[in-house]
Each structure stands twice: as structure tokens, then as C-alpha cells.
Design a protein around this ligand. Structure first.
Ligand SMILES: [Zn+2]
Length: 103
């Protein structure tokens, strides 16, 4: 299992899952019901997350998400780190590798 996407916007996480399912990639949402606990649980632990069941699908999943989310949205609302991670615009640092967002 591998986390491929996370967002504070649950609808967007579900949208991302739909994109993957449409490509035949098995995916599921975690932390779906934790957002109500925001403030009590550390921020990075209550964000809805999208996970895929099979690690070998991750490259394909990232491509699908990049095309479906990055290109489908207003420029600047989301960015992709050099390591491949897709990050919400309000974060300026990659949670996976720690890199700063490049200008
Ligand atoms: Zn990164």
C-alpha cells in the first residue's frame, strides 16, 4: 500500500480516487472521518489521504493524478515536488522529502 495523495479537501481526495478507479487502479481513502477532530490530532495525521492497494501501480497512479488534478485545476492551486509528490498550494514544503517549493 502506498499513499499517493492527500488534501484537506475531502471532495478532492474522493475525486482523485475516482480518477484512479476509472483507470482500474484500486484506491481507498484514509482519515476520511478524522477531520472533525482537527485541533486535537496533529495536523498531518487528520488530513484525508488517498492510498493505492498495489505499490506497482504508484507510477501510473501519480501520472493519472498529475493529469487529472494538476491540469484540471487553476494554476498555482497545487504543485508537484521534484520527488513526484503532489502538494496542496498552502504548503510550501514537501512532506515526503522536505524540499521547498521552487518559485
Ligand atoms: Zn518532495
Amino acid at each position: 500500500m502506498k499513499r499517493v495523495f492527500s488534501s484537506l479537501n475531502l471532495a478532492e481526495v474522493h475525486h482523485a480516487r475516482n480518477l484512479l478507479e476509472a483507470e482500474g487502479i484500486r484506491a481507498f481513502v484514509r482519515n476520511e472521518f478524522l477531520s472533525g477532530a482537527m485541533g486535537e490530532v496533529p495536523f498531518d495525521q487528520c488530513q484525508p489521504e488517498l492510498w493505492i492497494a498495489a505499490d506497482q501501480d504508484s507510477a501510473r497512479a501519480e501520472r493519472v493524478l498529475r493529469e487529472g488534478l494538476l491540469w484540471g485545476r487553476a494554476k498555482g492551486s497545487i504543485w508537484q515536488c521534484a520527488c513526484g509528490e503532489i502538494i496542496e498550494a498552502q504548503f510550501t514544503q514537501c512532506w515526503r522529502c522536505g524540499s521547498e517549493k521552487s518559485p
